[in-house]
Design a protein around this ligand. Structure first.
Ligand code: NAP
Ligand code: ZN
Ligand code: ZN
Length: 351
């Protein structure tokens, strides 16, 4: 297997800062495309993984799964992309393609385990996969997305994870006109959830811990905003929502949010805090409520989401940073000090 070297940013241990290193990529094979990475979003999952908060991180770890770039090479059998195309890569770069989930286009739930963009097992190089905090990436064309022409490429990068992770459960739970939908945690995922749920026609209620986001949430599309630390506001809205999407990255009392659901309402968790979240039986039983989870979205649905965002002119609100600023960006992310997604300008790594 022929390989080539690229510059990347990664970490050698849970406690270490991210620093520049060199990684190997495979040369394009028949169905691969090579992408020159222009922008990569900074997802909270990058931080959870770099710091081994979910356990099982393989070091060195190069995070990054919100990738937008330009195609520089295509394999002999590539049919969907040409050199020069703008392309996206999200959280997965492969799956078994044969199991029931893969055949249904739900590769994220591949029964044999999908190959994650980073911290997965590179099938051909016998090494871990390395993510988008790097100059270039090589991916099978079946796991590469087309980027709508009318969207700003930097602000589109976060759609590849934050966009699809919120779009997929909103679709699955039939969010549409007439539905009252709560979005909890207005970070990278949550702010996309607000924009997408609004575009789907729902009445959108933001539930935030941050007083600084109350006004801003309305600009993003919220019809109402609840400050979750204000118990009176929470009481006033009890039993009013059909669906809640929980996008919170840290420990929080799930029962307080379940109280906002109507009878037969449902709360779906996409946020993935390090430790278990205790649910009281009587938060669910008396009004037949559901509590569920959802993971990113399949490739077909990711393209559907990108096309939906193209039609509705939806992108992420971003703060562009240099690759060298990633460690301070992680500290700010932990404090909720970003409106609403850091995106790395990968030109900074190439300087
Ligand atoms: P983020 O930008 O850091 O946003 C998280 C938000 O959670 C914060 O902005 C804050 O919103 C809220 N929050 C933080 N601490 C809180 C606390 N103690 N109590 C209540 N709310 C709190 O993170 P992100 O990138 O959007 O990711 C969110 C979570 O989703 C992470 O755990 C990430 O790993 C996970 N994730 C899951 C999937 C999936 O497939 N399921 C995909 C991507 C990411 P307010 O200021 O509004 O309160
Ligand atoms: Zn992510
Ligand atoms: Zn599969």
């Amino acid at each position: 297997m022929n390989t080539f070297s690229v510059k990347a940013f990664g970490t050698a241990s849970p406690e270490a800062d991210l620093t520049q290193l060199t990684i190997a990529r495979r040369e394009v094979m028949a169905t691969d495309v090579e992408i020159d990475i222009l922008y990569c979003g900074v997802c909270h999952s990058d931080l959870h993984t770099a710091r081994n908060e979910w356990h099982g991180t393989i070091y060195p770890n190069v995070p990054g799964h919100e990738i937008v770039g330009r195609i520089t090479k295509v394999g002999d059998h590539v049919t969907k992309f040409n050199v020069g195309d703008l392309a996206g890569v999200g959280c997965m770069v492969d799956s078994c393609r044969q199991c029931e989930s893969c055949r249904e286009g739900l590769e994220q739930y591949c029964e044999n385990g999908n190959v994650q963009t980073y911290n997965g097992h590179e099938r051909f190089l016998k090494q871990q996969t390395f993510g988008g905090y790097s100059e270039r990436v090589v991916v099978d064309e079946d796991f590469v997305l087309h980027i709508p022409d009318n969207l700003d490429p930097a602000a589109t990068a976060p759609l590849l994870c934050a966009g699809i992770t919120t779009y997929s459960p909103l679709r699955h739970w039939n969010v549409s006109p007439g539905k009252r939908v709560g979005i909890v945690g207005i970070g990278g995922l949550g702010h996309m959830g607000v924009k997408i749920a609004k575009a789907m026609g729902a009445h959108v209620v933001v539930i935030t811990t941050s007083i600084t986001k109350v006004e801003d949430a309305k600009r993003l599309g919220a019809d109402e905003v609840i400050l979750s630390k204000d118990t009176q506001q929470m009481k006033d809205h009890a039993g009013t929502l059909h669906f809640i999407l929980d996008c919170v990255s840290a420990a929080h009392d799930i029962n307080a949010y379940l109280s906002l659901l109507k009878r037969d309402g449902s709360l779906t968790l996409v946020g993935a805090p390090e430790n278990p979240l205790p649910v009281a039986p009587f938060s669910l039983i008396p009004k037949r409520k559901s509590f569920s989870g959802s993971m990113i979205g399949g490739i077909r649905e990711t393209q559907e989401m990108l096309d939906f965002c193209g039609r509705h002119n939806i992108t992420s609100d971003i703060e562009l940073i240099k690759m060298q600023d990633i460690n301070s960006a992680y500290e700010r992310l932990l404090k909720g000090d970003v409106k609403y997604r850091f995106v790395i300008d990968m030109a900074s790594l190439k300087e």
